[in-house]
Design a protein around this ligand. Structure first.
Ligand SMILES: [Zn+2]
Length: 63
């Protein structure tokens, strides 16, 4: 049986029987998503403000 450590709590996880893999549980899965979201949304909104005038986003009319 394949066993991997949970990326969050390092507990060995039974890979095949675990719907939350690579996490050991739904809790660790949510924790990872929460950490990812918190860090990602902290990126500056306008990284290339001085160079950003050359392209225009189709604001909300894509669909
Ligand atoms: Zn875990």
């Amino acid at each position: 049986m394949l066993v991997r450590p949970c990326p969050i709590c390092r507990k060995p996880v039974s890979w095949e029987l675990n719907p939350c893999r690579p996490f050991c549980s739904e809790r660790c899965k949510v924790m990872d998503l929460g950490a990812w979201a918190t860090e990602s949304y902290r990126l500056p909104e306008k990284p290339d403000e001085e160079n950003g005038e050359g392209w225009t986003e189709p604001a909300e009319g894509d669909s």
